[in-house]
Design a protein around this ligand. Structure first.
Ligand code: G6P
Length: 500
């Protein structure tokens, strides 16, 4: 297969070329950034799934070119994307339905996902799901091994694919392997609930470099590797080096980011300005209205019912906001094969309806729920429209919505209420902090944001914008690539320090 390369001179490509001369980038991530289906008359229909990993990696692959390997139940597909101006290739592995269920619905999303978010009572581990998980991880590795040249850079993503580095080595791949774990890594006592934790760790430790969103996750991973496998570890200036069976893995905290320039550009277009005026008029948002906004996949880790309960408390506590405050919740359906997710969708709808019944008046319905994905072009307009964005995840690897909101506020106004347990909080300390399991605290955080003086709002937003501009998706890429280069060089030179 020929892997397309984008025009010379794009930023990511230049950096990749400098650090890994002649290398192509091969990304493995469960979800494909594009889906192609066909209508009844055979017409092409392209979909772009939601989710942090695709949101961050698609702009990257557009710059670097290369190959993205993903998986879906059913038939395989080979695509050139984005469809309007192809710059990279996508290879979607076809996985038998039953196997995909065990791997995706089962092991990854009913086991690892809730567990890594410390929601242990939701997690289930079944042996048959583990068999399917291994099988799909092997399939990824086999596809990549058949494609990779010795110096290509292979970059594997997230909890669905923990075994891929191990299988790649078994298939004889000796080139550089990076792994990025996008969700939180759980504390050791929680990890001990995973029956196959040793094999997961062994698979991951075949990578040369592993990135996490926070220092907390780096420390928890190093502790798990020491405790479960007796791995030796050493702190370095950039994180921790782990030595396991003669192989070194560098582990670092490198929080992911967004294409800040692109979001800013989209927030400034004529289309955005028009839509802004149009929505204000259609939604009757006057001078004294307050629009609060939530944008999430409909996932129980995002704390959506708790957030709506917080909004309800806000309306009880501040009667002056009745008739003026609106909560717009974009809730994108996700993983609907899993009953916990279907139950969540019902409970969010019920909660919204009960708030509207309780407080609504003719001409004012406090909660508006939109249950589908919106393209970034439209989303940035909602970000600009919203006086307050509310991110109240119970746990979150990072949360890119928080960063997108800040980047879209090219006017320097707007406030962010951000959960203290979202990874993004480490970088976005000027947000209004929010404690996601307490509806009183959520209401308090919203009230602080709403009633803050214009000076305070602007100061906080300026400092948030500085933080987001300091770490863009380009910075992230460059930190990852430099980290992997360093690990590979250490591996080759046998390194002087020995982890103890
Ligand atoms: C999170 C995970 C991703 C996942 C995304 C969407 O961001 O970290 O790995 O792709 O959610 O979830 P889905 O199950 O629809 O791919």
């Amino acid at each position: 297969m020929t892997i397309d390369t984008p025009p010379a001179g794009s930023r990511g490509r230049t950096l990749l070329g400098e650090l890994f001369p002649g290398a192509r980038l091969i990304v493995a991530a469960n979800r494909s950034p594009f889906r192609l289906t066909f209508g009844v008359r055979g017409e092409e229909r392209w979909e772009r799934p939601a989710g942090g990993v695709t949101a961050a990696l698609d702009p990257l692959l557009r710059q670097t070119g290369g190959l993205w390997v993903a998986a879906e139940p059913g038939e395989p597909q080979e695509l050139k994307v984005p469809p309007e101006d192809p710059t990279y290739n996508v290879s979607v592995l076809g996985v038998p339905e039953e196997v995909y269920r065990g791997y995706y619905v089962g092991y990854a999303n009913s086991g690892l996902w809730p567990l890594c978010h410390n929601l242990v009572e939701r997690a289930h581990f079944r042996s048959s799901d583990w068999v399917a998980y291994r099988q799909v991880n092997r399939q990824f590795a086999a596809r990549i091994a058949s494609e990779a040249r010795p110096n290509d850079l292979i970059w594997v993503h997230d909890y669905q694919l923990a075994l891929v580095p191990g299988y790649l080595r078994q298939f004889g791949v000796s080139g550089p392997i990076a792994f990025f774990w996008h969700i939180p890594w759980p504390p050791t006592v929680v990890l001990r609930l995973v029956p196959e934790r040793k094999m997961l760790l062994q698979g991951l430790l075949e990578a040369d470099w592993i990135g996490f969103q926070t220092e907390e996750s780096v420390d928890a991973f190093a502790a798990a590797a020491r405790r479960e496998l007796g791995v030796r570890s050493q702190r370095t200036a950039h994180g921790v080096t782990l030595l396991y069976q003669g192989h070194r893995t560098h582990v670092a905290s490198v929080p992911i980011s967004i294409d800040v320039e692109k979001v800013e550009e989209l927030a400034r277009t004529e289309y955005a300005e028009h839509l802004l005026v149009d929505l204000r008029r259609r939604w009757k948002l006057g001078e004294d209205s307050v629009l609060l906004l939530g944008v999430d996949r409909l996932d129980y880790t995002k704390g959506i019912p708790e957030r709506l309960e917080g909004f309800s408390r806000l309306l009880s506590r501040y009667p002056s906001l009745r008739g003026k405050a609106h909560f717009l919740q974009i809730a994108v359906p996700t993983r609907t094969e899993i009953s916990d997710y279907r139950r969540l969708a019902l409970s969010v709808r019920r909660k919204a309806a009960s708030i509207n019944r309780r407080f609504g008046e003719p001409g004012w319905q406090p909660v508006r729920l939109i249950e589908h994905n919106l393209r970034l072009e439209r989303l940035v307009v909602l970000y600009r429209l919203a006086d307050v964005a509310v991110v109240s995840s119970l746990y979150d690897g990072l949360n890119l919505v928080a960063k997108e909101y800040v980047a879209a506020r090219v006017d320097g106004d707007g406030s962010l209420c951000l959960s203290e347990t979202a990874g993004a909080y480490h970088e976005l300390r000027s947000a209004f902090p929010l404690s996601p399991l307490s509806s009183e605290r959520i209401a308090e955080s919203m009230a602080r944001a709403i009633f803050a003086s214009p000076e305070e709002r602007r100061e906080r937003m300026q400092s948030l914008r500085d933080a987001v501009q300091r770490n863009t998706v380009d910075t992230w890429l460059s930190r990852v690539l430099t980290g992997v280069r360093g690990s590979v060089d250490d591996q080759l030179s046998g390194v002087k320090e020995t982890p103890v």
